[in-house]
Design a protein around this ligand. Structure first.
Ligand SMILES: [Fe+2]
Length: 224
């Protein structure tokens, strides 16, 4: 998050970042949340305890947290607003792909259901610019069977489906290297540093960035 920007962090922001972190590494820690939201550790601890009291967050083990089913549903209701706001910003005024997540934070709380519906109908798309599905009004979301790059065998083909953890540094790296949803890659090796080829170009993806990428295995590349 841009540190120069002053804004109020809401309960919904916590739910969003927790869902992203759980998809990214399987759990959320106070340090991760504090860093991602640029909020003091003690404030994060207080908010997490509050969300635990609301039965929206649960402790997995020492220092590791995740959303409960109802927390996940609440996060999805908010992500419906966030992801449609991203579409509006990207499609209508051309905010760059790597910046729409950040910029959407400024307008997402004002997204009414009418604006959401019109946006989805106008553009006929069901995912945000980063490939993440737009949940329905009840907080239900289509499950996808995409996988982590690290689960693929060496020398296999895959199509990037979505970016599950949308931080400035991750999005910047992916945008700079053209590693966007819909792109086909050849995974040369997925051990530690991930080595891929895209359109004849070799790219090394650091493990902490590779963890944010989900792919569909494909037999043949179409747009490599
Ligand atoms: Fe997004």
């Amino acid at each position: 998050m841009n540190e120069n920007r002053i804004r109020t962090i809401t309960e919904e922001d916590y739910l969003k970042i927790m869902q992203e972190l759980v998809l990214y590494r399987g759990y959320a820690t106070l340090a991760d949340i504090s860093r991602s939201l640029n909020v003091r550790r003690q404030s994060v601890r207080d908010e997490i305890n509050h969300l635990i009291s609301l039965k929206m967050v649960e402790k997995i083990e020492r220092g590791k947290y995740r959303l409960t089913q109802s927390g996940d549903r609440e996060a999805n209701k908010f992500l419906r607003k966030h992801r449609t706001a991203e579409i509006l910003l990207a499609r209508c005024i051309g905010i760059p792909w790597e910046r729409v997540d950040e910029e959407a934070m400024g307008i997402e709380h004002g997204m009414t259901e009418e604006i959401i519906q019109r946006t989805i109908e106008s553009f006929g798309i069901r995912t945000c610019p980063h490939g993440n599905p737009i949940p329905d009004q009840n907080g239900e979301v289509e499950q996808t069977n995409d996988v982590r790059i690290s689960s693929l065998p060496d020398r296999s083909y895959a199509r990037i489906s979505r970016i599950v953890y949308e931080t400035d540094s991750i999005l910047h790296f992916l945008a700079t290297n053209g590693l966007l949803p819909g792109k086909d890659i050849m995974v040369e090796s997925a051990k530690d540093v991930i080595r891929v080829t895209m359109a004849g170009r070799r790219i090394e993806i650091p493990p902490d960035i590779g963890m944010a990428i989900r792919v569909f295995p494909v037999k043949e590349p179409e747009n490599e």
